[in-house]
Design a protein around this ligand. Structure first.
Ligand code: PLP
Length: 404
């Protein structure tokens, strides 16, 4: 058996495959776990506000679906997903300016699964992924697990800088990963002109494009922008959507939109992963949408979250010393704070936790390891008065840190 097992750092013999070494724990998830339910003013999590979940509607619909469909709702189903729900997703995307047929849809277990399946289908170890820095942590982790390298592209208030993305693509990058709306972790939106440039550059160089649009529905102002996938003809473009932010994340229903041959390959991968998404939940989400509940539900999320975003922006204005800056999101759940270069967000977090406040330091979102003086704040999971109190405590610490 010698040679089959490998030595772990502590000297133990382990059985894990080599690629597991690239999968590390998420600092965010650890922090959320250790601080949950302990009374912290928490701006750390990525969680929507559970008070806005449509519990009653889903309870009634689940009963109706079981009454109507009976055992069929509990049987195995197709890997591609429940056909009526594929049609709903296609209609949603067509409404966003991305003309879609139901055959181009694969229903997934949240958009996270779509991301993993697309990365698994398209990326080999050593391939270069063009990625915003900072970017979505669980995407970085998924890409890491496939052994890719990164061409990081800085963000400014208009989103990913297109010239840097174009240069990386011209130099042979395999895939661009874009977060077009209210990017996690910064809240920044990619502007219309840049969308065209990046989509065209990917298509021109024969690269794949993954457009992760988890926050599309959470827009609080300004017109919706056309998805990148609609802006250039690219057989390797993949759009990821989800019902996590518009209904509830625990239903774990998302979808991938891509060209039919690519969907067929992704469906094969889905099959070897989990056969298919839950038959009952797919029917429940389908029924929720077909009863016209999606739009009013989204309106409730938007109304509550917009007020909290406003409260956080106002509280930051009042509480923060002048050397601290932050983004101004038009939607989503997060904003991003930049401290003076001399301060470390990880040190601030230790001090903030002693004052009952948690957030996520920004370095963890940077594939290039930068961002030590940045941090992410979730503005949707605390109410307005707790947001004001949290910002007051953080502002106080920063004033002391800067004067000391
Ligand atoms: C940018 C982004 N993409 C994807 C996801 C995954 O969402 P889900 O798998 O619940 O659809 C999240 C969740 O927070 C996210 O922030």
């Amino acid at each position: 058996m010698r040679g089959v097992f490998r030595q772990a750092p502590r000297g133990d013999v382990v059985m894990f495959a080599k690629r597991i070494d690239r999968v590390t724990r998420s600092a965010t998830m650890e922090l959320i776990k250790t601080t949950a339910g302990k009374g912290y003013l928490s701006f750390a999590g990525g969680l929507p506000d559970p008070r806005l979940f449509p519990v009653e509607e889903l309870r009634a619909i689940t009963a109706d679906v079981l009454e109507r469909d009976g055992a069929a709702a509990l049987q195995y189903g197709a890997a591609e997903g429940y056909e009526p729900l594929r049609e709903v997703a296609a209609e949603i995307l067509t409404g966003r300016g991305l003309a879609t047929h139901s055959e181009q849809i694969l229903i997934t277990c949240g958009s996270q699964q779509g991301l993993d399946l697309a990365a698994r289908a398209l990326l080999d170890p050593g391939d270069i992924v063009v990625i915003e820095s900072p970017s979505y942590l669980a995407a970085i982790q998924a890409f890491d697990s496939y052994g890719v390298r990164y061409a990081t592209v800085p963000l400014d208030p208009g989103g990913m800088e297109p010239a840097a993305a174009e240069a990386a693509l011209a130099a042979g990058a395999k895939l661009v990963y874009a977060l077009p709306n209210f990017q996690n972790p910064t809240g920044i939106t990619l502007d219309g002109g840049r969308r065209v440039r990046i989509a065209e550059a990917a298509a021109r160089s024969g690269a794949a494009l993954i457009e992760d649009d988890a926050y599309y529905d959470l827009r609080y102002e300004g017109p919706s922008l056309t998805p990148l996938c609609a802006l250039a003809d690219n057989p390797w473009s993949v759009y990821l959507g989800t019902f996590s932010k518009s209904i509830a994340p625990g239903v774990r229903v998302g979808y991938v939109r891509a060209a039919v041959p690519l969907i067929e390959r992704l469906a094969q991968l889905k099959q070897i992963t989990d056969l298919h998404s839950g038959s009952l939940t797919q029917r429940v989400v389908n029924e929720y949408c077909r009863r016209g509940l999606l739009e009013p539900g989204i309106a409730r999320f938007r109304q509550a979250y917009a007020a909290r975003r406003d409260a956080m922006l106002a509280a930051l204005e009042t509480a923060m010393p002048p050397a601290v800056t932050w983004t101004q999101p038009n939607g989503g759940m997060f904003l991003f704070v930049t401290l003076p270069e001399t301060l470390e967000a990880e040190t601030l977090l230790q001090q903030a936790m002693a004052q009952g406040v948690v957030f996520v330091p920004g370095r963890t979102f940077h594939p290039d390891g930068r961002g030590g003086n940045t941090l992410r704040l979730n503005f949707v999971s605390e109410d307005e008065s707790r947001i004001r109190e949290g910002m007051r405590r953080m502002g106080q610490l920063l004033r002391e840190g800067l004067s000391g």
